[in-house]
Ligand binder design. Structure first.
Ligand code: T1G
Length: 701
């Protein structure tokens, strides 16, 4: 095997190159190689300065996450030792950054005396996204070089910083163009000529500020980000570590950072976040599709229907530079959709997150297809017409006629049977479901619905496409509601039971918000609008005498014109121009009356814990059934769906990982209790029973 770290000479500059694909993670072998090469560079008389650089697509993306929790190779130094060697080096050390210098990778840069970066490069300390903190001096050195307040923001959001912004902040010393190694060596030569001295961040306070200033920065951060910080563990340890940087000398504060790092690493939140990190990459790997599966090229797209959904879907393609033709019933309908898309972009431009030129370029990729025939040459067509089987069938018959051979025919249905839709065409192997989530230009989830006859290359192309349009694609099978909505149905049903039984919407929402959900089911209903499902229920009641005829509270709200936020009232009341929900005694009254009608003696002892169990365990139980049926491939697919499409707290790792953390025997026990009390809807899934019996878990089935 070739060495992952090598040493070469370029004039007076020694070059250490890290080559450990795919992302040059700091494995045992890499840390060892770095130490050995550094020692060698020190020993070479002709070498006056040392450049460290990454081979391939990136600098160093951080510690090797796969090695977490495994014992360290005793021959290999830990990262703090390597960093100390770079920092204490009597010869100048210079980091040359391209791609991403993240986590431990950027901590090496901070230990070098100077940092240069390619224009397209990025730096950052994203450890918090894995539920940990920068554990090799990052929390100590970054505040020294850029100040406590910006350092807190960078480490607690974990977001990478682009070269230009990094330069402004002081995270790097120079942005260079052209060949990075050439530029870094030239920079090093200049430093040598100028007699530049090593800069050792550990030995100076730099821009860190006094203890009082650091405490004030922490207090301000907490105050301004209270909502985002809710329930999280690592961000507070990061604050503690920065405080230690201010209070203690470096040789005492660095071990403190290590202790806090260890606490984070052992936390359930870190387990959950690391699970999601790997799960989001694992979902793209399917057992029956080879890694080198040839895919179809998607250079152009067509969309049928330019409503809210069609518009949002189109934006994803435009953002990725893929031209989109849109078919609508009339020019007016197209213009209306165009106006919405344009408005969305204009808001982003106004917020400074997009340039006007870029907006114009994206809108320029959009065109109206007056006749369906004119979309025929698109590589993929996504149908986003009204959710009605008759219409979908007719649409696919037409698409079958006009689309070129090899085009992918996708439906954005959220409920209908993709097998039935595919059967309307002469090429069911080209048909697939691409279920986007509203707002489709924002939500990261894409459920890729694989029908019985869908070809493997169509599935693989869809996964690739998801990545191109910056979504997380998860492949699921056909069933009512697919994975996400099928599970959600159980959750919503139980929330409704809870308010019949004694809770109020505000109690349910509060418990689930505190659990970490973006919002509870009632606030969510108000946001999405209550009228759509009301119309569906009315239709069903009229058509089907066996359908429960008694109106639910949501129906009564709609009868009163309370459709949710858009009408200023729904489950909650809203002040004009404000989205904050306010509990409404009138709604509580309706709820009490319904309980009385049903002859239910309302309980007043429904605690937050029961609410969480009653709403979350149905997700887990239904998830198990979905696994049994093979609708989702693995529990991790379900987790990725819930975290990316349903606001499930990522720090809990998704419903299935969370259940595992709670302990499957405990979950089953409660489900059995609810089954005894509430009947059939709580029947434990066979898979859950089996796993508990065999002492297994989802990750080790
Ligand atoms: N360790 C191990 N494997 C990693 C890895 C890492 N740090 N980063 C990526 N991979 C694998 C990934 O699983 C995938 O594998 C492949 O590389 C390509 O990744 C001491 C404690 C760098 C921006 O959190 O953000 O440093 O699926 O598909 O879209 O304080 O990967 O092909 O088998 O994501 O081009 C901090 C995590 C670590 C960075 C590239 N660093 N990585 O994105 O490719 S903690 C991070 C990323 C730390 C110190 C500590 C991204 C990327 P496979 P990919 P990409």
């Amino acid at each position: 095997m070739s060495e992952p770290v090598t040493f070469t000479k370029r004039g007076r500059v020694g070059v250490i190159t890290v080559d450990n694909p795919p992302v040059n993670a700091l494995s045992n072998a890499v840390r060892l190689g770095l130490r050995n090469c550094l020692l060698r560079a020190q020993a070479e008389n002709a070498v006056k300065a040392i450049v460290v650089i990454g081979a391939g697509r990136t600098f160093i993306a951080g510690a090797d996450i796969r090695e977490f929790g495994r014992p360290r190779d005793p021959n290999s130094p830990d990262l703090n030792e390597v960093n100390a060697l770079f920092e204490e080096s009597p010869k100048l050390t210079i980091a040359a950054i391209h791609g991403t210098a993240l986590g431990g990778g950027y901590e090496i840069c901070l230990s070098c005396h100077y940092r240069v970066i390619a224009k397209s490069g990025q730096v950052g300390l994203p450890e918090v996204k894995l539920g940990i903190l920068p554990g090799a001096g990052g929390t100590q050195r970054l505040p020294r070089v850029i100040g406590a307040a910006p350092a807190l923001k960078i480490m607690i959001t974990g977001d990478p910083v682009r070269a230009d912004a990094a330069l402004k902040l002081g995270m790097v010393d120079e942005v260079v163009e052209g060949d990075l190694l050439d530029a870094a060596c030239a920079y090093a030569e200049t430093l040598i000529d100028q007699g530049a001295k090593p800069r050792r961040l550990s030995r100076e306070r730099g821009r860190l500020g006094s203890v009082a200033e650091v405490e004030a920065a922490i207090a301000t951060y907490k105050k301004e980000n209270a909502r985002a910080l809710r329930g999280l563990f690592a961000p507070f340890r990061i604050m503690d570590s920065v405080k230690a940087a201010a209070e203690l000398p470096f040789d005492k504060s660095l071990p403190r950072e290590r202790e806090l790092f260890a606490e984070c690493l052992a936390s359930p939140q870190s387990r959950a976040l690391r699970h999601i990190f790997f799960a989001e990459r694992e979902v793209a790997k399917l057992p029956d599709i080879p890694k080198d599966q040839v895919t179809r090229k998607i250079k152009t797209a067509a969309i049928l229907g330019f409503g809210t959904m069609g518009g949002g879907i189109a934006m994803n393609f435009l953002n990725a530079g893929i031209p989109v033709k849109v078919s609508e019933m009339s020019r007016e309908a197209y213009d209306k959709g165009f106006g919405i898309v344009k408005g969305n972009y204009a808001r982003t431009v106004a917020g400074g997150r997009l340039t006007q030129a870029e907006m114009d370029k994206r809108l320029g990729l959009l065109s109206y297809a007056e006749k369906l025939e004119s979309i025929g040459d698109a590589d993929i067509v996504i149908e986003a017409v009204f959710e009605e089987m008759g219409l979908k069938k007719e649409t696919f018959r037409k698409l079958d006629k006009v689309m070129k051979k090899g085009a992918i025919l996708a439906t954005n249905t959220s409920t209908l049977d993709v097998n039935v839709i595919a059967a309307e065409t002469s090429r069911p192997e080209d048909v697939i479901g691409l279920h986007f989530f509203s707002p489709a230009n924002v939500m990261r989830l894409l459920e890729i619905v694989r029908a019985k006859k869908t070809a493997k290359d169509v599935v693989a192309t869809s996964l690739e496409l998801a990545k191109t349009i910056r979504k997380v694609g998860v492949v699921v099978g056909v069933c009512d509601g697919f994975v996400g909505n099928r599970m959600l149905h159980r959750y919503g049903g139980e929330a409704a039971q809870l308010i019949d039984e004694g809770a109020f919407p505000q109690d349910v929402d509060k418990a689930l918000y505190e659990f970490g959900l973006a919002m509870g089911p009632f606030a969510m209903g108000d946001l999405a609008g209550l009228d759509v499902s009301w119309r569906i229920r009315k239709g069903r009641r009229a058509a089907d005498p066996t359908y429960p005829q008694d109106p639910v509270v949501a129906d009564e709200l709609c009868e009163l014109g309370r459709f949710g936020q858009k009408t200023g009232a729904g489950w909650y009341k809203y002040e004009k121009g404000d989205r904050t929900p306010h509990a409404d005694p009138a709604v509580d009254d309706l709820i009490r009356k319904r309980s009385a009608r049903l002859g239910i003696q309302r309980r007043n002892d429904i605690a937050a814990e029961e609410i969480v169990e009653r709403c979350m365990y149905p997700l887990v139980n239904e998830g198990c059934k979905i696994l049994e049926e093979g609708i989702a491939l693995r529990a991790l697919d379900i987790d990725v769906i819930y975290v990316n499409g349903y606001g499930f707290p990522v720090s809990r790792g998704g419903p299935m990982a969370w259940a595992e953390e709670v302990g499957l025997p405990k979950v089953l026990k409660r489900i059995e209790e609810f089954h005894a009390k509430y009947g059939a809807r709580w029947k434990p899934a066979n898979l859950l029973v089996k796993l508990v019996k065999e002492g297994k878990t989802f990750s080790r089935m």
